[in-house]
Design a binder for this molecule. Structure first.
Ligand code: FAD
Ligand code: THG
Length: 815
């Protein structure tokens, strides 16, 4: 590829326009934007977006995307007209649950560094005088939110790009994409063919259709969403003119599924309070049909409830009526996040879809960084198009989950709240045993995962478990605490089947893994190594366990599909290394606790003593009738093994261990206990505690980096970085009040100022205190520093601690 690749962007909606600007600003100026409709009212979703930009999001990445969009569009004009008007954003609570929720949301914004404040009903009505203060319990004000003029912002960015060499070609419908080998080579339109080194599909809800041209699944669903405009309101007369449009804050009543903005002297109302209305792509109009593809006929009956709720919240609406409305189409995904990145199958085919106006500039910036610099400057693992498990790409799954996501878009969602349907999808071979023990399953990655077992309700330890607040009690039981204690006292079985397992084989397997990870893997067969995958900039892409099971065969314990994707992308072309996902055909039980050896040793001829089977060692042997791979490691920080076998023998493995464990008081334990135990030991969870935005030293994982190794991805970027030089640290906090168990994403204050945020949290049953891990500036990370965590609007006292919080001598594991 030339230094200046030929880029073709499909779609001139706000995302395509923003990307053309971000790319050309970085010096990639050979950019062609192909658009089937006219410019810039193309007929896509952008043509209709009322442009509300609310920055609040539980995802730090999404808030950062929105924050940058606000910053960028505030500085843009088109022919002297504004592209962003910072009228502020106001969310109101009409129920006690929502009142608590806006406190939580205020916490997120404080964590992510955006100013906001909570308001009393009268203060809310003072900001937005159309509000009936009697109808609300409180408000949440984000002064930097506002209104984007989506079409103007798009065109303004397109013009900037054009001055740098980009060209925009309207009335060009993309009909095909040509490939040479596994790379894109050209984009075919009804007006001719355009050679391309890189194709970026910014086709909005048409994404799946473009994806099909190269065999790429694009898991989004176009859904209609109602938007209506009222007749003129006397109370708004004279407030705004055609130029200013609006001065009141944008407003959301999420309990009712509604949002509002001013339109000079009218109100625009958007509703999510109707049935999901999925739209079939083959029924969508083409711009040449003289119909707006993204605007469907208004179905009045669906709006009736919305109107009644609107009049109740904003009583002056009773003088008005709906003047016109439409059902506007845009994209939804199964997890509510955008789709970004490069196809894993077709090199050079990228996409940026299911992106709101709100996040458009931030997404475009990250895409341009990714393309030009090789990595996005913001962590995008939640948005990466390759994040899904295969089962999550089934058309029926995508359809149902995306419709569900529409229904839940404004709902109050607990971080542990699982999807209800389609379930069950993935069940391991232990499932019937777990059901018999009263497992309470939550779902993750399509897997049914026990969180605790009702069969353990009779354990005497249950009575020792302290209670906790309402929110933290959801998807929790004191039984989980008893399971954690029994793990530390006796022995427990943990289902590790959902842990992603990859097999790497071939003559160059060692060299391949050495080059991609930080730790020394050139060890004898039977060694297990904890190692990090870094990106080129030294950011942590994943943390892995890598077992050398044979000279040319390794088994990796991974964090998700992105690990598989990353390994595949780096495979040598000569076929000397193979990577295979073996998760589905295998299963795993963690057997952990002080009695683990007493349990396992009698089942095998192999020597499971400390001398015979050392820590972080692996061996293939038999437990009873079952051929197993045993690895001596423990994410819960106890003596024991991960025992792997093939799926067909899983039930036999369970029964073998279960029967042998009866006299030792064995229990089955779930993920709730698991998470608590790992936090006591200070074991990180990738994606929660650290991401590509953090280097190993900041994350406290410098011990897994062998700087002496000749080369590994990210090594040069670590030059000059060490434990001593880092400016922020992942830090354990001990919460002083035993009942205050936080959940993650809460802001941490020092001397009254937000300085960091919580990543993971749990009650530590062994240490007898709630634990929270948090990112803090290094100067506040020294053990013993008093801090406060904001939790549902209250400040909870905590103190930084030295880690690990439990068993720093490793006496439990190394014996
Ligand atoms: P689009 O604007 O749809 O652009 C995609 C482009 O690709 C289109 O122009 C299309 O013509 C072109 N294209 C497709 N196929 C081809 C092809 N084969 N060849 C050539 N060109 C092709 N978001 C917010 O942030 N805030 C809001 O308040 C908000 N309210 C909304 C209200 C309504 C009623 C609607 C419909 C959407 C709303 N959205 C809002 C969502 C927002 O509008 C979209 O998420 C956003 O505009 C998507 O931008 P895009 O560039 O990805 O897609
Ligand atoms: N088991 C296996 N693979 C995994 C995990 C697992 N891969 C993904 C994820 N979990 C990796 N996370 C960890 C975190 C910590 C440890 C193991 C996996 C661990 N650390 C010890 C410590 O920090 O003291 C030992 C490190 C060392 O000696 O290098 O055990 O749960 N199979």
């Amino acid at each position: 590829m030339a230094a200046q690749p030929k880029v073709v962007i499909i779609g001139a909606g706000i995302v395509g326009c923003a990307l053309s600007d971000e790319l050309t600003a970085r010096g990639w100026t050979d950019v062609t934007v192909l658009e089937q409709g006219p410019l810039f009212t193309t007929g896509g979703s952008t043509s209709h977006a009322p442009g509300l930009v609310f920055q609040t999001n539980g995802s730090r990445t999404m808030t950062e995307f929105a924050r940058y969009t606000v910053e960028k569009y505030s500085a843009l004009t088109l022919a002297g007209q504004w592209c962003f008007r910072q009228v502020g954003g106001l969310e109101v609570a009409t129920s006690p649950e929502r009142l608590a929720e806006i406190q939580r949301r205020h916490g997120w914004l404080s964590s992510w560094g955006v100013d906001s404040r909570l308001l009393a009903p009268e203060e809310s009505a003072a900001l937005h005088p159309l509000l009936d203060p009697e109808r609300i319990l409180g408000g949440f004000h984000i002064p930097s939110d506002g209104l984007a003029k989506a079409l103007r912002a798009g065109e303004a960015q397109a013009r900037l790009a054009t001055t740098r060499g980009a060209r925009f070609l309207p009335h060009h419908t993309v009909t095909g994409i040509e490939t040479t080998g596994d790379r894109v080579s050209a984009v075919v339109t009804d007006q001719g063919t355009f050679p391309a080194d890189i194709v970026v599909s910014c086709a909005g809800f048409w994404g799946p259709k473009i994806g099909r041209m190269v065999g790429q699944t694009v898991p989004l669903v176009p859904l209609a969403h109602q938007y209506a405009r009222t007749t003129a309101l006397p109370v708004l007369a004279g407030r705004n003119d055609e130029h200013t449009e609006a001065s009141l804050p944008i407003l959301r009543d999420q309990d009712a599924g509604l949002y509002y903005r001013e339109l000079v002297d009218r109100i625009g109302i958007g509703s999510y309070a109707h049935r999901p209305m999925p739209v079939r792509l083959d029924e969508v109009a083409h711009p040449r049909d003289n119909r707006m593809p993204s605007s469907l006929a208004f179905t009045e009956a669906d709006f009736e409830g919305a109107w009644a709720d609107s009049v109740s919240l904003l009583p002056s609406l009773s003088d008005a009526k709906v003047e016109e409305g439409f059902n506007g189409v845009f994209s939804f995904t199964s997890d509510g996040m955008p789709l970004m990145g490069e196809s894993s199958e077709v090199r050079g085919f990228w996409l940026a879809e299911a992106v709101w106006v709100t996040h458009s500039a931030g997404v475009a910036r990250a895409m341009a960084e990714w393309l030009v610099d090789g990595r996005p400057g913001t962590d995008v693992h939640e948005c990466d198009v390759n994040r899904f498990e295969e089962v999550q790409l089934a058309p029926s799954y995508v359809h149902e989950r995306s419709c569900q996501n529409f229904a839940e878009v404004y709902d109050i969602l607990h971080p542990l709240q699982p999807m209800e349907s389609p379930r069950p999808l993935r069940v391991g071979p232990f499932h019937s045993r777990q059901e018999a023990l009263g497992a309470v399953f939550l779902e993750g990655g399509g897997w049914e995962r026990p969180h605790w077992y009702e069969a353990n309700a009779a354990l005497p330890e249950v009575a020792r478990i302290p209670g906790r607040g309402e929110w933290a009690s959801r998807y929790w039981s004191p039984i989980a605490g008893a399971e954690a204690l029994v793990t530390r006292e006796r022995v427990a079985l943990y289902d590790m089947t959902p842990l992603k397992r990859l097999e790497v084989t071939g003559p160059e397997a060692l060299a391949f893994l050495q080059a991609l990870t930080t730790n020394q893997l050139d060890k004898p067969v039977g060694s297990v190594t904890y190692s990090l995958m870094l990106d080129e900039a030294g950011g942590i892409r994943s943390d892995l366990t890598i077992a050398r099971l044979d000279t040319e065969r390794f088994q990796i314990g991974a964090n998700g599909n992105l690990d598989l994707d990353w390994l595949r992308r780096h495979l040598p072309a000569d076929g000397s290394v193979h990577v295979r996902d073996i998760t589905a055909g295998t299963c795993c039980l963690g057997v952990w606790g002080p009695l683990a050896r007493e349990l396992v040793q009698p089942l095998t001829d192999a020597d499971f003593s400390h001398q015979g089977f050392g820590y972080f060692k692996a061996r293939e042997t038999y437990l009873g009738d079952v051929p197993v791979t045993a690895m001596r490691l423990s994410y819960v920080g106890e003596l024991g093994w991960e025992i792997y076998t093939t799926a067909d023998l899983g039930a036999k493995l369970w029964d073998t261990l279960w029967e042998a464990g009866q006299e030792l008081g064995i229990i089955a334990a779930g993920r709730s206990a698991f998470n608590s135990l790992r936090l006591e030991k200070g074991y990180r969870s990738w994606g929660h505690d650290m991401t590509t935005e953090h280097n190993p030293y900041e994350a406290g994982l410098g011990f897994a980096v062998r700087r002496k190794k000749q080369h590994f991805t990210g090594k040069p970027a670590l030059d000059g970085i060490s434990d001593e030089t880092v400016t922020r640290r992942l830090t354990p906090l001990i919460v002083r009040d035993e009942q205050s168990v936080v959940l993650g994403h809460e802001p941490v204050y020092v001397d009254g100022h937000p300085v960091g945020y919580v990543t993971s949290a749990a009650y530590g049953y062994t240490i007898g205190a709630p634990i929270a891990y948090a990112w803090l500036p290094a100067r506040h990370a020294a053990p013993g520093t008093p801090v406060e965590i904001e939790y549902f609007g209250a400040r909870v006292a905590a103190v930084t601690a030295a880690e690990p919080l439990f068993d720093p001598e490793m006496s439990r594991i190394r014996r």
